[in-house]
Design a binder for this molecule. Sequence first.
Ligand SMILES: CC(C)(COP(=O)(O)OP(=O)(O)OC[C@H]1O[C@@H](n2cnc3c(N)ncnc32)[C@H](O)[C@@H]1OP(=O)(O)O)[C@@H](O)C(=O)NCCC(=O)NCCS
Length: 190
Amino acid sequence: MRIYPIRTERLVLRYPEMRDAPVLVKLLGDPSVSRNIPRINYPYRRADALKWLRRVRKPRFNASFGRGYDFMIEVDGEVVGCCHLSWNLKERRAFFGYWVGRPYRGQGIATEAALGLVDFAFGKLGAERVWAMAFADNLASRRVLAKAGLKEEVLMRRNAFFRGQWRDDVGLGVLRSEWAQRLARSRRRQ
Ligand SMILES: CC(C)(COP(=O)(O)OP(=O)(O)OC[C@H]1O[C@@H](n2cnc3c(N)ncnc32)[C@H](O)[C@@H]1OP(=O)(O)O)[C@@H](O)C(=O)NCCC(=O)NCCS
């Protein structure tokens, strides 16, 4: 199955290249991303970018999440953020996440990337369930996930201890049947 690139109306979700290090350092120089995604260091240095790029450019497998794929989000050839998709073939379950650089926010980019990943997971991979997680206080991300059709399923109180602070997590998901209904509704509208 070919994964890269995934295209949506405005976006290209493409394979990360080593030459993406400078744009990662620039966009992740804003602490708002690492505040909401614990595995991203702050301050974020060139060495962090190179290490991440080397890791995600190799095939990866995790017993629970399955195969992992990371994407650079491009608009008109410009990198504006990143997103991730994990695919557990045995359980037919996909997980995803994303961030968008501050200068590019508020234009529906995260929502379009999320919808692209959800459509790809159900339409191309044959997922039964697609899910994501956000810190409960990350209202922008919860809104993105709601717009991408995910329902809030669980509130995990004090699920993460991050930079000296307990944070609550929200787990969200969408089922294949719900995605098919959304697709049918949007086809009827066309
Ligand atoms: C969350 C994030 C990806 C959103 O990216 P984006 O491209 O601006 O998202 P979109 O434009 O598609 O949608 C954002 C929605 O959140 C809403 N929103 C933004 N800030 C909000 C806030 N503080 N409270 C409530 N809603 C908010 C916007 O109004 C918009 O909803 P609308 O279309 O109904 O008006 C971006 O802010 C980001 O990268 N944050 C840091 C990293 C992160 O949190 N990643 C997700 C981890 S789970």
